[in-house]
Design a protein around this ligand. Structure first.
Ligand code: SF4
Ligand code: F3S
Length: 110
């Protein structure tokens, strides 16, 4: 089992998850972070820290798509071990629907 980052993270990137992860298994793209499912030790700490409620367990219905996305981009994006600057407009994106379809830039790797 693992936890994965989902759509709510896109353009919010609060990074509170990074600060609490004991095994540094977050990876950073332009618009969101992902977890390496093979590194995650399933502690669950990050899930409750995320203000956007973007992190879910892989047992949640509908998680399959996100497990694959997290695994794929964790191989490409750089590891992030410390919280950096939060986007100035992060709060504006909290309630925006369908962010994956509209704002996740696949061409520039996130
Ligand atoms: Fe890190 Fe624990 Fe979150 Fe996995 S569940 S990403 S080990 S904080
Ligand atoms: Fe994203 Fe939440 Fe972490 S918004 S960067 S998963 S704290």
């Amino acid at each position: 089992m693992t936890y994965v980052v989902t759509e709510n993270c896109i353009r919010c990137k609060y990074q509170d998850c990074v600060s609490v992860c004991p095994v540094d298994c977050f990876y950073e793209g332009e618009t969101m972070l992902v977890i390496d499912p093979d590194q995650c030790i399933d502690c669950g700490v990050c899930e409750i820290e995320c203000p956007a409620e973007a992190i879910i367990a892989d047992t949640v219905p509908g998680a399959e798509k996100w497990i694959e996305l997290n695994r794929n981009y964790a191989r490409i994006w750089p590891n992030i071990t410390q919280k950096g600057a939060v986007p100035a407009d992060a709060d504006d994106w909290l309630k925006t629907p369908n962010k994956y379809g509209a704002y996740f830039d696949k061409e520039s790797n996130g």
